[in-house]
Each structure stands twice: as C-alpha cells, then as structure tokens.
Design a protein around this ligand. Structure first.
Ligand SMILES: *Cc1c(COP(=O)(O)O)cnc(C)c1O
Length: 400
C-alpha cells in the first residue's frame, strides 16, 4: 500500500466480500427467500451504500436524511425499509406508495395509516409492526442493551401490539404483513435470535397473522473468530421460524450493520512523538480515542503495530502509554508493558475499527478522517477525503 497520510480508515474489499458472501450463503441455505436491508445508520459512507446496492442490498433507513441520502445514491423506493420511531410523513407516504417496507413503531403512524387508507381506497397496503417484547423474561441471563428493557415498537405483554394490529386490520385495504423484531443486546447471542424468532411464531399464531415477511433486524456479531457468525444465527432463526412459516411464502429480512463491515475496517495511525514525563513514556499518535469510540467509554482497542525500522536494535520499555491526537487527558488508548520501544513513524493499526465510527465521529479538534478502499487487486480508491475547513465552514454565517 502506498504511503497515505494518516490517520485514515481503510476498508478491505476482500474482507467485506467475505462477510457479504457468508451472509448471503447463510440466508439462502437456511431459508432461501430473503432480503438484506443494510442498516444505514451504522455506516452511511456513500461508497459503501453504493457498493452494497450493487450487491443487491436494500437500505434500512430511520430518518428523512437517510432516506434522502440513499435516494440520491440510486436506491428506489422499493429497495427501502423504513424503520424507527421518528418518521417523516412525506417519506412514509412515498415509501408506502413505492411498495417499500415500513415497520411501524409509534402511535401517530397508526393515525397516518388510517388517513392513507381513505386517501388511496384503490391501493392495497402491506405494513409491518415492530414488536417490543420482554427479552429479560424470554432469555434470562442475557446482557440487555438497557437494563430497563427496550423502548422501541409496540409492547406485546400489555396488549398495545394487539390493539395496533386490530386498528390496522379494521382498515379494508391495509394488511398487517410483517413483524419486525430488531432488539439489540450487548451479548448478541444466538439464543436471543432464536427466542425472537420464536416470538414471531407466537405472535403470528396468537393473532392469526398471515405474514409476508419476518424482519429479524440486526445486532449480530461479525468478523470475530471467537464469536458466533451468520451461519450460527440463521440456522437457529430459521429452525424456529419454520415451525410456522414457509419460505415459499414468507420472506426473511435481515438488517445487519456492524457485523458486515467490522472485519473489513481498520483505522491506521502513526506515532508522532515519544515523550518522557517523570517515570512514564507517552507515545503521541495522530489518531484519537474519539475516532474509535466517540463517547470514550471503551478501554480495549484491538490493534497491531507496524514498526518503521529494525526492532532488534530497539530497547525494551517497561511501560508505554499510547495516546491520541486530541488535547484531552482522557485520550489514552492503551498501555504497552515490557515490549519494543515505539518510535516516530511506526504505525498503530486498529483492527475491526470504524464499523460505526467512520461516520459516527465527532468533529472535535480534527474533522472526519479520510477513508480508503483497498481493492482485491491491491489498488487504492479514495472513498472520502479527510474533511477540512472547506467542509466544516459550509453553511456557517458570520456577521460583520
Ligand atoms: C441499529 C439497527 C440495526 C443494525 O444494528 P447492528 O448492531 O449495526 O447490526 C438494524 N436494524 C435496526 C432497526 C437498527 O436500529
């Protein structure tokens, strides 16, 4: 790879294709009839969205801004899955009329469906509902995203889901045709997905729903050899779904985000200086903790080092603290103990880094880093230039 100005994110096409292929094979071997809706919020890099469109993916969007972005990049209304609690009425209507997928989440959306049903009496609308169920009860021991339980969708246990279904079913031209079960957990276990698939079966049986699709959402592990992968998840999901659903009739939708791109993404930084402060060595680098973990909550940053010169002649240091490029004391990434001393010009490369943070990256002191794509043949494509003040100052106004 030619010398590129650090820091930057790198996407390896070969690794990306590996996970895309693994996902497609897992879905087609276990179910056959499937749609993949890539979670745009995870990483909305225009290059990536375009690449995935060419791979046959739909776009899973949760805002008007995301809808506008994917539309500009050539996704048709049919290739859109519109989710989330904050929907835009105009976008809602456009996706619905185009035959895209919409999973309702909020009370006002039921009102909209009643209005649209009257407005378009000759159209037949298929609609999905996001299910909120008590994960702690159905998978005890699981580490939930929030201890208090999920806040999205319509609650199954208290009957709110049932009344949403009843309201929609009362409309002559609206058909409850899908259930959406995205529920993020910290533990991302295969069992959670099995339990959610089972929940789809329970709900469809209890409310006598004939479903066009079951959308299992995202939240899978990916790109890690020590964790389950798509093969494990979809074997389990499909085993449960097949209790009631037939692949000929019911489409399985998956909405992967980070699991698809983790393996392929790295963040490349350089050592700029090594400072001695009393009895400590601080290694100053040009990347920051904020580039990898904007909320600076994480303490582990998997990485490898590329030394710029012969390490056999370097001393061994008992302690080196690798620090970031911001002027914040908390910007310390990891400590190296009893290892080769680092020197300016060495590269620290963070592995499986940038899935979310290529785009979920604060404009703090420095702006968005560049993104380079390494093609299978080794050539480099610039997917995003590093942001400068040209981008930062756009649409800012100064009074004279
Ligand atoms: C965030 C999200 C996803 C993707 O989640 P990952 O953890 O990145 O796989 C999929 N579907 C919905 C509805 C989401 O909110």
């Amino acid at each position: 790879m030619k010398q590129l100005q650090t820091p930057f994110f790198r996407i390896k096409e070969k690794d990306l294709l590996y996970d895309i292929t693994l996902l497609k094979e897992s879905l087609s071997e276990n179910w056959g009839n499937y749609i993949i809706g890539y979670s745009v919020k995870t990483n909305s890099l225009p290059w990536l969205l375009t690449y995935l469109k060419e791979q046959g993916f739909y776009a899973e969007v949760v805002s008007k801004t995301e809808y506008d972005l994917v539309t500009r990049l050539g996704y048709s209304g049919k290739q859109i899955i519109y989710n989330g609690p904050i929907k835009d009425k105009k976008v809602f209507e456009m996706v619905l009329l185009a035959g895209g997928y919409i999973n309702l989440d909020s009370n006002y959306e039921l009102d909209w469906m009643e209005e649209l049903s009257v407005l378009y009496p000759n159209r037949r609308f298929k609609i999905g509902l996001r299910v909120n169920c008590d994960l702690a009860a159905i998978c005890p021991g699981e580490i939930l995203a929030e201890e208090e339980g999920g806040r999205f969708g319509y609650c199954y246990e208290n009957g709110v889901l049932k009344s949403a279904i009843d309201r929609l079913s009362a409309l002559p031209n609206v058909w409850v045709s899908g259930l959406h079960l995205h529920s993020s957990t910290k533990s991302r276990t295969v069992q959670v997905f099995g339990a959610l698939a089972k929940m789809a079966v329970t709900i469809a049986e209890e409310y006598d729903l004939s479903l066009d699709y079951v959308d299992m959402g995202g939240g899978y592990f990916g790109g890690r050899d020590d964790k389950p992968d798509y093969r494990d998840y979809f074997a389990e999901i499909c085993k449960e779904l097949s209790v009631r659903f037939d692949p000929q009739k019911t489409i399985l939708i998956a909405e992967p985000g980070v699991s698809l791109i983790s393996r392929a993404s790295t963040f490349v930084t350089s050592v700029i200086d090594v400072k001695d402060i009393r009895n400590r060595k601080f290694v100053v680098t040009d990347g920051s903790r904020t580039n990898l973990n904007p909320l600076v909550t994480r303490h582990v940053y998997p990485h490898h080092i590329e030394y710029s010169s012969d390490t056999s002649v370097r001393s061994i240091e008992s302690h080196q603290w690798v620090c970031g490029a911001t002027c914040m004391e908390y910007d310390r990434l990891f400590k190296i103990t009893d290892d080769i001393s680092l020197k300016p010009g060495d590269k620290i490369i963070y592995d499986t880094a940038g899935g979310y943070t290529m785009c979920l990256n604060p404009l703090f002191i420095n702006y968005f880093p560049a993104v380079y794509v390494e093609h299978e043949d080794g050539s480099i494509f610039t997917a995003r230039d590093a942001w400068t003040n040209d981008e930062y100052m756009q649409k800012n106004y100064i009074e004279h």
